[in-house]
Structure formats: C-alpha cells, structure tokens
Design a binder for this molecule. Structure first.
Ligand code: RB5
Length: 150
C-alpha cells in the first residue's frame, strides 16, 4: 500500500492551525493535499468544504481534515455528501468516540476553541482509532440508508 493522501482545508479562521497540522501530517509520513485557504484573508467556508467532502464521498481519499472557527459550518457542508461522516471534535476523547462509534471519515476542528497542542492530540487520536463496528455498524449504515433501503 502506498502513502495515504490526506486532504486538509480551512477558511481564514482555521488557516494558521491548518498550516501547522498540514506540517504535522507530513512529518507523520502522510501525503498532504492542502486544499486552502492560503492566507488569513476572509473567505467562505463552503468553498473549501465542498471540494474536500467530494473527494471523500467519491472514495478518492479515505479521510480528510477540515477547520473553521467553530467547526460547525464545515461540518454542515461536508455532511451533505453521501458516505461522508464529518464530526466536530474538541477533545481527544470526542475524536476517539467519533471514530469508534461513528466511523468518522472527516475530522472537523473548531480552530477558535482549541490550542495547537489540543488540536494535534485530537488529530493523532482520530487518525489512530479504528471503528469499533458491531452494533455501531448498523447505526452508521442507517445514516445513508434509512432502514430497509440497503
Ligand atoms: C468565520 O468567521 C466563521 O464564521 C467560520 O470560521 C465558522 O466558524 C463557521 O461555521
């Protein structure tokens, strides 16, 4: 298996932290696809969430990372795409549960509410935690396939 590509994107509120996390991901050995934004200039978060969510939804990448001020706008956009489960995580414990219970494939960070050290710990936990499956599999299936349609 080759190097995993991980796309990462933010708006202006998440820009500084996004750059730091992109570097950290590269240092961890991932092939980082930085989808912007590229400065602190005011931008619109949907412009960055759509391209990343599309890649995850279409299976071009397994998972991705989004940042905005609260994490909310990015998650609203990303979760409109089939097969995307974008979870806002503000502690490593939430990130762990987002993986174990919800099989989250997009990590969304609230850049204005976490420190760099916290964000890094959240990211590392999210990357390393497997989906638990079992009873959670049925629930996750029902997100895209309401009962009886799968
Ligand atoms: C930008 O000011 C802010 O609204 C945005 O980063 C995000 O928090 C939206 O959900």
């Amino acid at each position: 298996m080759g190097t995993e590509t991980i796309p990462i994107a933010s708006d202006h509120a998440g820009f500084a932290l996004k750059e730091k996390l992109a570097r950290a991901l590269a240092e961890m050995g991932y092939d980082v696809e930085n989808l912007g934004t590229s400065s602190e200039a005011s931008t619109d978060y949907p412009d960055y969430a759509h391209p990343l969510a599309r890649e995850v939804s279409e299976g071009k990448v397994r998972r991705g990372v989004l940042l905005c001020g609260t994490g909310l706008g990015m998650s609203y956009v990303a979760n409109r795409y089939p097969n995307v489960r974008a979870g806002v995580a503000w502690t490593p414990e939430v990130a762990k549960l987002a993986r174990e219970h919800n099989d989250s494939n997009v990590l969304v960070l609230p850049a204005r509410f976490v420190t760099e050290a916290e964000a890094l710990a959240i990211l590392k936990t999210w990357l390393a935690t497997p989906f638990e499956g079992g009873r959670h599999e049925r629930r996750v299936d029902k997100i895209d396939h309401p009962e009886g349609t799968k």
